[in-house]
Every structure is written in structure tokens, then in C-alpha cells.
Design a protein around this ligand. Structure first.
Ligand code: KIV
Ligand code: ZN
Length: 558
């Protein structure tokens, strides 16, 4: 990297727009959407889609609800041409869907493009040429007027051929490619020159697409450029102003949202942001961002998983795990405090299901896009006691007492830390069993019986100490547990652990779900004479035995 980057790079100059309006506006409705997956997305793939992959993706785009779909660059290859022909001849597009095709302002390409469209119901013919200073200088070596002449000539060539598309409803689109790096005054001049040829009207508008071909500035600058054009271009009411952002600075979504505030009517983009370099704008994110504001996006992502499936199969791309809304980890909470807050938010929602969505950390209800919060939750070493307890309870109905959560949380975190990865609910349960339920050393219960007379309970238990010979203990108290504690406290070896005596300081129990094969789990905390406290847990079909086992489990953990 440069020590002084200002010698090599410079910021994009700001747009003079003193009365800018966009910062004061809010979005209230969905724009017109155009998917460019089959063109801009496709041309950025290592292995471009074949015809059948394109057909499958096209069907998916239609199902999502796109009414404008850029299906390709028919003059660029046979595959592209054939795909277009198949869409038209096999009548694959519903009557309300526009097939958009891209073409450069060149006669031979325009000729072939028109040929590819014959018999179509509704088409958008999208012509572009590049307009930025760098493109004019480096790529074309032409002046502003010469570049404008290319656009005007191309527009005229298209106009002259429209009569060959009898019976087809036609919309025309022009893109001054690299618009965001072009002087706004020149972008206006060249766009108006194309408008002079195509003569759009408020009844028969043309699309003026203003691409952020390469993000060269902050998204507020793109918004200024869009507002500047909307305010200054002639016959604004005859135009559909369209946005087409790429994502070089990772602000494609922001640029689009601000561009909409600035007055644009339409958005071009791709599913999950596939496209050249860092990709095109991710339409799913912009649409669901509107949805989370309570605005109907007019695109249906209720089954995002099946859309991801088709997308990954047809493009060979993958959706990153942190991709907004779609990523595998988006509805996963790793931190304990997040998990706890989400748990409380979801519980509140159950009580007042018609209130507006306000669950901490979840911007939308995952169920609305076919996802589940519970399905993806996992625990890692940072999860904390809340997350650990939540997972045990939500997956296995194990309701750890609060104080026991404080004890088991750090134990589980240490284990997870040692593993160096996140763990599943099953693994967490196994840790809990190992730590509490399966503790049979040094004390192992072999049998336990009680009899009760005049409110006094007497117990006889057979226990094994460190795998040695079974020993009998007897005790009495006002209940079976008190009798057990009494019996154990009288044993010298026990006294070695607990001092003179120990007591039960906390107790709770509940039935386990049927899948566990055991009826109940008991949690018991014991406190020794010198104030040491330990939890234990026992599981048995008999609740009394579950409690007895829990006492020994706690004793074994001293
Ligand atoms: O990014 C771009 O500028 C394009 C144009 C062809 C619209 O894809
Ligand atoms: Zn593009």
C-alpha cells in the first residue's frame, strides 16, 4: 500500500446539489424490479449457464414475481440467441412479463437482437454505450460528441427496425454505462440525445437506466447524481428512471436505497448479488429491507431455501453464510445475551401475536421467508449460560434452575473452547449427562428403600464407594431425602468431603419429554458445612429415585 495514497488516488468530486431532497424522504412503496441474473449475473460466471439452467432460473424468477427480466445478450452467442428463441417459441413468459435484451449501439448486433425477438409478446430493448471520461479516453479514444453520436446512431438503428416486431409490445431502454463516473451534465446531454430519437411520452415512457457500473464514491453521491438527473433532465415524466448498482465498495444496497429516495422508479439487480467483481446489487436484500419496514416488496421470498437451491445449482455460486436474510447463519445467535433476548422477545410475541414485530436481534420473522430460528441456533465458547440453557430447554425440555445455569454455563463453555468449534444440542446434552447424570464415582447408588411411620421416614440404601464393596447406609428424617442426607452424613468417608454434615439447599424436578425414555429429572444443590455448594442431577422413571441420584451426583462433584 502507498504511504501517501493521495498521490495515487483521489476522492470522486461531490455533486453540486444545495437543495437536495432525498435525505428528507422515506420509502413508501416498492419500485419496479428488473432481474438481470440471466444477463449481468450470467456473464460474470466462470462457467456461464447453459440453456436448461437458464430456463430453470427464468421459471424461478417468474415465480418470485419479477415482471421485467433481462434474459440475455442475444447477439453475443448462439446459446444466448437460442435461449431467447426458446422462451418466445415455447411461450414460457407469462403475458405480464417483459423480456429484456441487452445490445450495444452497433448495427450488426442490433440486427441480430431484433431477429431474436420476433414473435415475443412484451420486450424491452436495452441499448447501452459507455460514457465516463476514462472509457471515452482509454477504450474508445473518442470525444464527447463522438460518443454521443454512437448513442444517437444506435437509437436510430433500433427505431428503424421496430416495425419488424409487429404484434409485440415494446419498451426502449438506454443506459449511459459507467454513469456514476460520468459528469452529470454530459450524462444528461447524451440521454436527452437518445430521447430525441425515441421520443418517449408520459403515455409511452422509455427507461433511462443510470448504472453505478463501478462504485467510485459513497452512496450519497450516487443519490445526488440521481436526484440531479431527475431534476434537470428534460421530460422527466416521459422517463422511468432506473438504478443499476454494482457493489465494489460494498454499498450497492445503500446506493440503491438512497437512489430510490432520490426519485428513481426502478431497480435492476440480481439474486444474492451475483455479478461482475463484487457483484450486482442484491435484490433480495433491498426487497426484504422494504418488507421489514412494512412495505409490500411485490416479490415473494416465502420459500427462500428453494430459491437458493435453484440459484446455487444453476450458477455454481454459493450464498455466503452471512448474506443478509439468506445466509445460513443469519438467524443463528451465538452470544448468550442475544439468545436470551431473542428467547424473551419470541415469548412476548406468543402472548401478543398481532403486535408489530419487535424481537431483539431479529429484523424479520424468519418464518416469513421459510426459515426457523430454532433450527440454526448453536452454541460456541462465547455463548454464555443463557444460550446453553436455551438450547437444552428448547431441544430437550431440560429446564435447568437459574442457579444451576450459572454453574453449568462455564463448564460447557470450557468444553466447547477445548473442542475449538461450535456444538450441537445433542453434544451439549451429552456434556450435561457426563457432568451430572452419569457421575457414578466415588458414590454409586445400588438400591434405595424407604418406610414411613408416624411422619418419620426411614431409608436403607446400598451404595458402592469407588467401585469397592457395596455398603449399607441407614438414616431417618421427615422425608426420603432428609433420611438419605442423615444416613450419608453419618458415614466417615462422606464427612471427609462435606465436613460435619451437609444439607439440601435447592431442589427442583420436572417430567422429561417422552422421547427421553425416563419420566423425570431432579436437580439438587447441596451445601457443605463450610458453605461449599454443588449441583447434581438424577434421571429415573421414579421421581424419588431421580432425587436420590441427584444427591449422589452433587456429592460426587464436591
Ligand atoms: O453495469 C452496467 O453498467 C451494465 C450496463 C450494461 C447496464 O451492466
Ligand atoms: Zn451491470
Amino acid at each position: 500500500m502507498q504511504k501517501d495514497p493521495s498521490k495515487k488516488y483521489r476522492a470522486f468530486p461531490p455533486i453540486h446539489l444545495p437543495e437536495r431532497q432525498w435525505p428528507n424522504r422515506v420509502l413508501t412503496h416498492a419500485p419496479r424490479w428488473c432481474s438481470v441474473d440471466l444477463r449481468d449475473g450470467n456473464q460474470a460466471l466462470a462457467v456461464p449457464m447453459n440453456v436448461s439452467q437458464k430456463l430453470e432460473l427464468f421459471q424461478t424468477l417468474v415465480k418470485i414475481g419479477f415482471k421485467e427480466i433481462e434474459v440475455g445478450f442475444p447477439s453475443a452467442s448462439n446459446t444466448e440467441f437460442t435461449f431467447n428463441r426458446r422462451l418466445i417459441e415455447e411461450k414460457r413468459a407469462p403475458d405480464d412479463v417483459w423480456l429484456q435484451v441487452l445490445v450495444q449501439a452497433r448495427e450488426d448486433l442490433i440486427e441480430r437482437t431484433i431477429e431474436s425477438l420476433i414473435g415475443a409478446k412484451k420486450v424491452i430493448i436495452h441499448m447501452y454505450n459507455s460514457t465516463s471520461p476514462a472509457q471515452r479516453r482509454v477504450v474508445f479514444g473518442k470525444s464527447k460528441d463522438e460518443i454521443k453520436a454512437i448513442a444517437v446512431k444506435g437509437a436510430q438503428m433500433i427505431k428503424d427496425r421496430l416495425r419488424r416486431l409487429k404484434g409485440t409490445e415494446i419498451m426502449l431502454q438506454y443506459s449511459p454505462e459507467s454513469f456514476s463516473a460520468t459528469e452529470v451534465e454530459y450524462a444528461k446531454e447524451i440521454s436527452e440525445a437518445v430521447m430525441d430519437v425515441w421520443q418517449p411520452t408520459p403515455q409511452h415512457k422509455m427507461i433511462l437506466n443510470l448504472p453505478d457500473t463501478v462504485e467510485v464514491a459513497m452512496p450519497n453521491v450516487y443519490a445526488d447524481q440521481i436526484e440531479w438527473i431527475c431534476k434537470n433532465i428534460r421530460n422527466r415524466d416521459s422517463l422511468i428512471i432506473s438504478l443499476h448498482a454494482h457493489n465494489d465498495r460494498s454499498t450497492g444496497v445503500a446506493a440503491t436505497e438512497l437512489g430510490l429516495l432520490a426519485g428513481a422508479d426502478r431497480v435492476e439487480g440480481t439474486l444474492f448479488g451475483n455479478g461482475e467483481r463484487t457483484g450486482n446489487l442484491d435484490i433480495v436484500t433491498v426487497a426484504l429491507n422494504l418488507y421489514m419496514h412494512g412495505i409490500d416488496p411485490k416479490l415473494d421470498f416465502s420459500n427462500l431455501a428453494s430459491i437458493i437451491d435453484v440459484y446455487e445449482r444453476s450458477t455454481g455460486m454459493t450464498v455466503p453464510p452471512r448474506q443478509p436474510y439468506a445466509g445460513e447463519l443469519v438467524f443463528t445467535a451465538f452470544s448468550g445475551s442475544h439468545q436470551d433476548a431473542i428467547k424473551k422477545g419470541l415469548a412476548e410475541r406468543e402472548k401478543i401475536p398481532h403486535a408489530h414485530w419487535d424481537v431483539p436481534y431479529l429484523t424479520i420473522d424468519p418464518a416469513d421467508i421459510g426459515r426457523e430460528y430454532r433450527e440454526v441456533i448453536r452454541v460456541n465458547s462465547q455463548s454464555g449460560k443463557g444460550g446453553v440453557a436455551y438450547l437444552l430447554e428448547s431441544e430437550f425440555g431440560i429446564e435447568l434452575p437459574k442457579d444451576m445455569q450459572r454453574e453449568f454455563g462455564p463448564i460447557a463453555n470450557d468444553e466447547v473452547d477445548k473442542l475449538g468449534r461450535e456444538v450441537s444440542g445433542m453434544e451439549l446434552k451429552a456434556m450435561f449427562w457426563k457432568e451430572y447424570v452419569d457421575r457414578k464415582v466415588p458414590w454409586h447408588l445400588l438400591s434405595f428403600e424407604t418406610e414411613s411411620k408416624n411422619g418419620i421416614v426411614k431409608c436403607r440404601a446400598k451404595v458402592m464407594y469407588n467401585g469397592g464393596k457395596p455398603a449399607e447406609i441407614a438414616g431417618e428424617g421427615n422425608g426420603p431425602l432428609a433420611a438419605l442426607v442423615n444416613g450419608l452424613s453419618n458415614i466417615t468417608v462422606v464427612q471427609k468431603y462435606v465436613g460435619e454434615r451437609f444439607e439440601i439447599s435447592n431442589y427442583s424436578e420436572h417430567a422429561l419429554s417422552s422421547g427421553e425414555g425416563a419420566a423425570a429429572i431432579a436437580y439438587i444443590q447441596i451445601k457443605t458445612a463450610d458453605g461449599k455448594a454443588r449441583w447434581g442431577a438424577g434421571v429415573d422413571t421414579n421421581i424419588e429415585l431421580a432425587s436420590v441420584k441427584a444427591v449422589l451426583s452433587a456429592l460426587n462433584r464436591l
